[in-house]
Design a protein around this ligand. Structure first.
Ligand SMILES: Nc1ncnc2c1ncn2[C@@H]1O[C@H](COP(=O)(O)OP(=O)(O)OP(=O)(O)O)[C@@H](O)[C@H]1O
Length: 641
């Protein structure tokens, strides 16, 4: 026993050393201690608990025993040495997956799926070790989407076909099927559908037609309760604007056949998922759940790639059985910072289709579209309810070509587009920070000029113009720290703009300061990701207010009431998701970093609507980023299949 204690002490020392070295979160060490205190805990279990918790911090929802047996250095971003020392301190470790399975099966802290459940904190499901919360969420999501996808309802195919022919105009010379049209047919036949596609592929265009189709074919269209939601306020506002616009155009087309304007007017505003589910201060539990489900018949969720596992589980839990869920998003974008890459997992094979003979026959009958043989297959129920839109209408030019090359991992093609000298795609290679500051100066001067000109008419119009102007340009960073990180750049940009007399910056709050909210605050009704600009309060001399755009409306909060905000001249690519800027600048850092991935570069590029500038300090940073793919360990793909 004394010998065992000595071994365990050595392991705790090593865990402490890794924590001090910044390799391990304090939380991971604390979680391992919690597990150790629950009963007999062999060193190997303590090590597994620390690693599992650490991986959760990297966005993984579980730990594969295969990775544990091989040494999860890549997943942890550790050196081989760091892992070797930890493994030695926990020795002897079990051998291979079978050895780990056997050891964990004997630990009282671990519930083996299928055995008597004592609510243990760890769950072993096959070869995946989970924190119980994530196992519960993954299982709930997988089961809910499988059941919803499998339960197809009867469809009046001739009626649907006639409406789809009315809603979609045949494109002369189009190659392949009209994926948008068939996506509507697919979505109509069960209570879940995923419509994925890159920027400008017409996800919103399609969903507007799907709504019209739903209204046209529902027995009581006037009673359909449709809700629109997105992970952030900005994405929700964009969704509502685009859907309203698309439905308005459609209303003219369908004329008196369908009172589309009336039906649309009843839809209400788009909301954040937090607000839809009824988030409450100081608790993770939402007001809506299976005991108090949402009052909806159809729920459309945009930017679904940003929805993390816990949120998706809460959403599916709160959705009434008969309601239809439509997920829209780009599966190739960065997943949320929190654990899980739900959309990516749910439709990872969307580009291949894997449609069954029954699906293909249904699609042909309901939409008239013929699915080419290469998309045939034996995918699961959810694959039958997933459609990928493949042609970008807004993104055909150089920005689209660059996005496509990066997404496909084609570095040579990406460099070719970047070097082609196009107006819309620029590359500052071997750049110095001063060049980035020059770009910032040129990009932000217009909104600062509007600010200096002062309000000539209505105060609110002036504010709106400033906010809209600020939203046309943004600098995106891959990292937070360092010269090329958000924090350093924001400071440098502030100084540069002050030196050019474009702003006067002395204290924390100053006129013109753009800020991003970093935490939901229910008392001031500002939410994580909201972006506003600080301007003088017209009612109180000397006071400053931060103004936010909500759709077309302007709202403001006294600057001093905002606690969790940061300056937003530069922001991370992660935080930019769901937004689009006329000119987007992406700055990649000199140093290697685990966050530099293909998905990050792709997401950065696709934030640009007219001009994209890549700024790199030289070296192979772009090539390395394109070669590196985000990998999130999860069981969702297996569980859904
Ligand atoms: N079949 C179509 N025929 C004509 N115009 C289309 C069609 N599909 C999409 N568009 C137009 O292409 C543009 C992009 O479509 P939409 O905004 O729906 O794409 P999206 O996939 O939702 O884009 P993002 O995700 O980048 O917001 C819109 O102006 C839309 O009206």
């Amino acid at each position: 026993m004394a010998e065992l204690d000595a071994d365990i002490d050595g392991l705790w020392r090593e865990i402490g050393a890794l924590t001090e070295a910044g390799e391990l979160r304090r939380l991971s060490g604390a979680f391992a201690r919690f597990i150790a205190q629950l009963g007999d805990a062999p060193s190997a279990l303590i090590l597994a608990a620390a690693v599992l918790s650490e991986l959760e911090g990297h966005g993984h929802s579980c730990l594969q025993l295969g990775d544990l047996a091989a040494g999860p250095t890549l997943l942890l971003g550790w050196s081989d040495d760091a892992w070797r020392q930890l493994a030695q301190a926990a020795a002897p470790l079990p051998r291979g997956v079978a050895g780990w399975s056997k050891l964990l099966a004997h630990c009282q802290q671990v519930w083996i799926r299928g055995e008597f459940d004592l609510d243990q904190p760890l769950v072993l499901d096959g070869q995946r070790l989970y924190l119980r919360r994530y196992w519960r969420d993954e299982t709930l999501v997988a089961q809910a989407v499988r059941e919803r996808a499998a339960a197809t309802h009867p469809v009046d195919t001739p009626l649907v076909r006639s409406w789809l022919d009315k809603l979609f105009v045949a494109q002369p010379g189009a190659q392949g099927p009209d994926w948008q049209k068939l996506a509507c047919a697919v979505a109509l036949r069960s209570s879940v559908a995923i419509i994925t596609g890159g920027p400008g592929t017409g996800k919103t265009y399609t969903v507007a037609r799907l709504l019209a189709l739903l209204f046209a074919t529902a027995p009581e269209a006037g009673r359909q309760r449709v809700a629109l939601a997105a992970p952030t306020g900005k994405a929700a506002a964009r969704l509502k604007q685009s859907i309203d616009k698309a439905l308005n155009e459609l209303a003219d087309r369908v004329g008196s056949d369908l009172p589309l304007r009336e039906l649309t007017a009843r839809m209400g505003a788009a909301r954040t998922l937090h607000s839809l589910l009824g988030a409450r201060p100081d608790t993770r539990a939402f007001a809506h759940h299976r005991g108090n489900p949402l009052d909806v018949d159809v729920l459309i969720v945009d930017e679904a790639s940003m929805v993390h596992l816990e949120m998706m589980a809460s959403l599916l839990d709160a959705l009434p059985v008969g309601a239809t869920l439509i997920l829209l998003g780009d599966k190739d974008q960065l997943a949320s910072v929190e654990a899980g890459a739900v959309l990516g997992d749910l439709c990872h094979a969307a580009h291949e289709g894997h449609y069954s003979a029954a699906t293909i026959a249904y699609i042909e009958a309901a939409s008239g579209e013929i699915i080419p043989d290469i998309y045939r297959g034996d995918g699961g129920a959810l694959a039958q309810q997933t459609v990928m839109l493949r042609y970008s209408r807004r993104f055909g030019g150089p920005i689209g070509q660059l996005a496509l090359a990066v997404n496909g991992g084609d570095t040579a093609r990406a460099e070719q587009v970047l070097r082609a000298g196009e107006e819309s795609v620029r590359w500052l290679e071997h750049a110095q920070p001063a060049q980035l500051l020059q770009l910032a100066h040129a990009g932000y001067a217009p909104y600062l000029q509007l600010l200096r000109d002062g309000a000539s008419g209505e105060h609110e119009d002036w504010v709106r113009r400033i906010l809209l102007s600020f939203e046309t340009f943004r600098i995106l960073c891959a990292v937070r720290d360092g010269e090329w990180g958000v924090t350093g750049l924001n400071e440098a940009i502030e100084k540069r703009l002050a030196a050019s007399h474009l702003l006067r910056h002395g204290a924390e709050w100053y006129v013109g300061r753009p800020v991003m909210v970093t935490r939901n605050d229910y008392s001031t009704r500002v939410f994580n990701g909201d972006i506003g600009v600080t301007l003088p309060d017209p009612a109180r001399a000397g006071a400053l207010r931060v103004y936010f755009l909500e759709g077309d409306a302007v709202r403001s909060v006294l600057a001093t009431r905002l606690r969790n905000v940061e300056t937003a001249f530069a922001m991370t690519v992660h935080k930019s998701q769901g937004s689009e800027f006329r000119h987007t600048v992406l700055a990649l850092p000199r140093e290697r970093n685990a966050v530099l991935t293909r998905e990050l570069v792709y997401t950065g590029i696709t934030r640009a609507s007219e001009v994209f500038t890549l700024v790199t300090p030289g070296g192979d940073v772009l090539q390395e980023a394109i070669a590196s793919r985000t990998h999130r360990t999860s069981g969702l793909r297996d569980l859904v299949a």
